[in-house]
Design a protein around this ligand. Structure first.
Ligand SMILES: N[C@@H](CCC(=O)N[C@@H](CS)C(=O)NCC(=O)O)C(=O)O
Length: 201
């Protein structure tokens, strides 16, 4: 049994979608979070034993704890192979899969946050992630070419990229027809709909 530490309408919503795609046996433990608009409240101190930054998502499987959306995605698709939505070692597309998951957490998410907060005003100062426009172009070029991030087939990486495009659409991700088509394809998935229905816990 997997426990997902979750706050409704947050980055952990995508992990409900992932768990639904995987047909996994899971329960949701709701966690308070302080939201960007000032609403909500910090998670209790006891939650720091699960996630030292007190963020969601986190999953616990027996005594194993994983946080960071990309790491959770890789861990869960590697350990739930009955529904093969994450290429395994030796499979075609494994390199692309791992690369896109790390590109999200190591590059896209920090760059999006820096741009959103206005922390990237000095282009002369290099960062570990680069310029937002270049990063958005990498995603856009891929989705202009193929219906899903790894090509013709849906994978768990689309849960990560779909939720990011959806969250920032019209702002950091400009309006582009291939983003609309992508989100339409993803939101038609039965697991996506089931996840929405479970988002409040
Ligand atoms: N890099 C993390 C980001 C996690 C994150 O920032 N989660 C937000 C919710 S969307 C959170 O828990 N915020 C509460 C806080 O920072 O105290 C991931 O990819 O999972």
């Amino acid at each position: 049994m997997i426990t997902l530490y979750h706050a409704p309408r947050s980055r952990s919503s995508r992990i409900i979608w992932l768990l639904e795609e995987l047909g996994a046996d899971y329960k949701i433990e709701l966690v308070d979070i302080q939201r960007g608009d000032g609403s909500g409240k910090p998670a209790p101190e006891s939650y720091a034993a699960i996630n030292p930054l007190k963020k969601v998502p986190t999953v616990k499987v027996f005594d194993e704890i994983v946080y960071e959306s990309g790491a959770i995605t890789l861990y869960l698709t590697d350990s739930h192979q009955r529904h093969p939505i994450g290429p395994l070692p030796g499979d075609n597309n494994r390199a692309e899969y791992v690369r896109w998951l790390f590109f999200y957490n190591g590059t896209l998410e920090p760059a999006a946050t820096a741009r959103f907060m206005g922390w990237d005003k000095d282009p002369a100062k290099p960062t570990g992630f680069g310029k937002w426009e270049d990063i958005e172009k990498v995603v856009s070029d891929q989705l202009a070419k193929t219906p899903y991030i790894l090509g013709d087939e849906f994978s768990a990486a689309d849960i990560i990229y779909g939720s990011a495009v959806q969250f920032f659409k019209g702002s950091l991700f400009p309006d582009r027809p291939h983003y609309d088509a992508y989100l339409e394809r993803l939101s038609a998935r039965p697991a996506y709909k089931r996840a929405q229905a479970r988002d409040n816990g």
